[in-house]
Design a binder for this molecule. Structure first.
Ligand SMILES: [Cu+2]
Length: 489
């Protein structure tokens, strides 16, 4: 059977499950693996296994390998950590030491990045320059500060030019840094949201040049590797959902009608005040710490379309082409929520949260501007993805900052589509985005920079001398060169 085109895949994605089953993908899937997608839909949500620290340490092995992994109720030839997609959830406390033996059983080099953790980038820490060859093992070690912010983080490979393929293939997992002062809830869930595209043989489809330029979006959006699972609860409970956007490029505009949603935090740490929301957007790499107050009824967790401005890049003018990422109007059902039965007893109210550090009150030692652009490459026939006019070079240090200082950065997007900026090791406090002042204290480690717009952030380089990277978290763009090197001294 012929592989379906990207356009066709996107159309199928826009039609949702019914379209997939009626279309080429579902039939091919059925023919090759004897499984249909709809057999898996509605199954209760399962969560990755949990590896928790004890006595101040979490020691584990992560084996990256290809295999026939359980995905969407069937078996898919994919990549996984320890045979799972997602890999195990790591649970640690502030002050813990994490020791990971990474075993590379892939056919290509890889490495490991702990996304969002405020840990050293040096040596065998969160070092994106390491290259672990096929068949090799490597011992990573990460020491968390006692003051490390609680929250949801995640891990994934970070070997330049292989990042998007290896994450699209299935290599990711969640990390939870637990709260010293716990939030009283009825239950917690970890929701790792990822997307992938299967070819006619039930394998992960390769990305085309156009996929990479737009930022590939898979035609199946999964929660913990499941397709449209169900979550059940009694009314009157309080659930805490840790949501990770592990998609390579897709932005998630999440909405769940019929339930009361409040954001406890985004990326790392917690807001001083809970933020009631009807919907919120997670760019690739962002995480939400969400409180759900359950109310009787059934509803759907939706990923609504996000216009990343890909159209402008296509030179077609205007937005909303349904054949392009985010162009469909219907969105995708990620999960069903069924709240029924006798009302449960309410947990104690959420206690007031300590104030987060506010860099707006602090002295700025230096200001910098980072400009993200796309341009036509001479002779190469492709598109260049640059920061400050340069493509990534691991041997070049683009910026040097002083440990112990606060800086103000202006992130400028001079291209016809949205990009994001992810800074390793040090989170960023948002000051202004798209001309709008951010009044509440908001810390993120991935920040969206809208097309032809700018964002101002402040960064506290309070610890950790060493070299690391900043890059667009549309990971196809990172692999195409939209990344730079920063050294803290
Ligand atoms: Cu980008």
């Amino acid at each position: 059977m012929e592989p379906i085109s990207r356009r066709r895949a996107l159309q199928l994605g826009g039609l949702g499950l019914a379209g997939v089953i009626a279309g080429g993908v579902g039939l091919a899937w059925q023919g090759c693996r004897g499984t249909r997608f709809d057999a898996a839909v509605g199954v209760e949500l399962s969560e990755p296994s949990v590896l928790a620290s004890s006595g101040g340490e979490l020691a584990l092995e992560l084996t990256a390998a290809e295999g026939d992994l359980p995905v969407a109720g069937g078996r898919v030839r994919a990549l996984g950590f320890n045979g799972g997609l997602p890999g195990p959830t790591l649970r640690v406390w502030p002050g813990d030491r994490i020791r990971v033996t990474l075993r590379n059983r892939l056919a290509e080099p890889t490495n490991l990045h702990l996304h969002g953790l405020h840990v050293s980038p040096a040596g065998n820490g969160d070092n994106p320059f390491l290259r672990i060859e096929p068949g090799q093992d490597f011992d990573y070690e990460y020491q968390l500060l006692d003051t490390h912010p609680p929250g949801a983080y995640w891990y994934h490979p970070h070997h330049h030019q292989l990042v998007a393929d290896q994450i699209f293939g299935g290599l990711y997992g969640a990390i939870i840094v637990d709260d010293i002062d716990p939030v009283p809830v009825t239950r917690e869930r970890v929701l790792v949201i990822s997307d992938l595209t299967l070819d006619g043989g039930g394998r992960i489809a390769p990305a085309s040049t156009m996929d990479r330029m737009l930022g590939r979006e898979g035609n199946l959006v999964l929660v913990n590797g499941q397709l449209r699972p169900t979550m059940t609860a009694a009314p009157g409970t309080l659930e805490r959902w840790r949501i990770v956007n592990a998609c390579v490029s897709r932005y998630l505009r999440l909405r769940l009608d019929g339930q009361q949603l409040r954001l406890l935090g985004l990326d790392s740490g917690r807001f001083t005040e809970l933020r009631p929301v009807e919907e919120f957007v997670l760019a690739g790499g962002n995480r939400a710490d969400l409180l759900v107050s359950t109310m009787a009824g059934s509803g759907q967790l939706l990923a609504l379309p996000v216009d990343r401005g890909a159209m402008g890049m296509m030179g077609r003018g205007g937005r909303g082409d349904p054949s392009l990422p985010g162009g469909d109007a219907t969105g995708t059902v990620l999960a069903t929520v069924e709240v029924a039965g006798a009302a449960a007893s309410q947990p104690a109210p959420v206690p007031p949260q300590p104030s987060q550090r506010d860099l707006r009150r602090e002295t700025v030692a230096a200001t910098r501007t980072f400009t993200l652009r796309m341009g036509t490459a001479m002779g190469a026939g492709g598109m260049r993805f640059t920061i400050d006019g340069r493509e990534y070079d691991p041997d070049r240090t683009d910026h040097t900052v002083r440990v112990g200082t606060v800086e103000e950065w202006t992130l400028v997007n001079e291209s016809p589509m949205d990009h994001s900026l992810h800074l390793h090791v040090w989170p960023m406090q948002l000051l202004r985005t798209g001309g709008r002042e951010v009044t509440e204290i908001t810390w993120q480690d991935v920040v969206n920079i809208p097309t032809h717009n700018r964002v101002t952030v402040r960064v506290a380089f309070d610890a950790y001398p060493g070299r690391t990277v900043y890059h667009c978290h549309i990971l196809d763009h990172e692999d195409l060169g939209m990344m730079g090197v920063i050294e803290a001294r």
